[in-house]
Design a binder for this molecule. Sequence first.
Ligand code: PMP
Length: 408
Amino acid sequence: MGIFDRHRHLIDTYRTMQEAGTDPLVTMERVLSPTEALINGRKTLLVGTNNYFGLTFDKECIAAAVEATRAEGTGTTGSRMLNGTYAEHAALEAELADFYGMKHCIVTTTGYQANLGIISTLVGDGDYLVIDADSHASIYDACKQTQATVIRFKHNDPASLEARLRRLKDEPGNKLVVVEGIYSMLGDTAPLKQLVDVTKRYGGYTMVDEAHSLGALGEHGRGLVEEVGVLDEVDFVVGTFSKTLGAVGGFCVSNHDGFEVLRVATRAYMFTASLPPSIVASVRAALRIVRRDGAKLRDRLWDNVATLYDGLAAAGFRLGPEHGPVVAVMMPDQMTTVAVWKALLDDGIYVNVAVPPATPGGLCLLRCSLSAAHSRAQLQHMVERLTAIGRRFGVVAMPQRKRAVAAG
Ligand code: PMP
């Protein structure tokens, strides 16, 4: 058996897609703006980039990044533990802690590493890690790295969580419950208040991953924890800089006094280089924008959500359960998903292909994500094109012809 043979099924699936001319891996030949790029030589509308506030091309963020590169160089070339903590990393941590009204913040090089490292370090042998069944891969990968017993509860189901915690009630280990604000595939929000109530009742700790809800939810953009009023009740909030904040990186905030020990215990924080000055500076600028202009950007984002979601729903598409910055369009099977995706791309519109095992419940999805930077016209165009393609592939019904009413 060759070294790659264990991935035979992936090799075969990928080859079939390539042969059918539907390779789902695209190269952005040139990104033109938060909503447009050149792909296959064609100007393409981007509706799958998680760029919720459209800040990747923001003038203040770019100027901050350029200035920081000139002042402090292109990279830190070291771990946060050694030579990779600059005054700006510390300043960003203080600003994030202040944003959430928490005492502590640790910034990591990606959001993936924040989940992987911090979850697997918080709980260990004799503890319990209790996760939502539809958790992101970074949370599942943390499960593989910890000695804690991993228990899953039914997606977004407080009763299922309660049943699990009840069984553990006399166990001495710590119980860490990990949920997400907005789920990345279907775009649904967690019933967070109920989940936090249950967790507290059984003496557990709560961690909320706000990757897709930072900026998008809450009066000040602090996410679902703010929207449903549990910011003071959760133990840890994790987030990413790779979506609303338009860059790369991750963080975790907490009010627990012992939190700082994670800096010398979290391997995914200690054994990797820290974020470069340009990124730290652009994220600081982006956070200032969230604080200053968040309400306006949020309104635009949610207007755009309504245009896309309501337009596609009216056309007869089956969608994720609620309005949100992620709009999931259900497809009947993998081949149709990729075929519709490719037809849309050929029409100059890019969305994400999301198929098992990346999706919950074996679902096949066209995963769209909205930006405050989209214009209504761009999204109306997308609805029109996807509807025409959906009809061609039999995913949505053709409109009924109006019967001529017999003159009487
Ligand atoms: N958590 C969730 C819910 C995510 O969707 C993602 C990224 N898709 C991450 C964490 C990881 O974020 P990052 O891109 O910063 O690694």
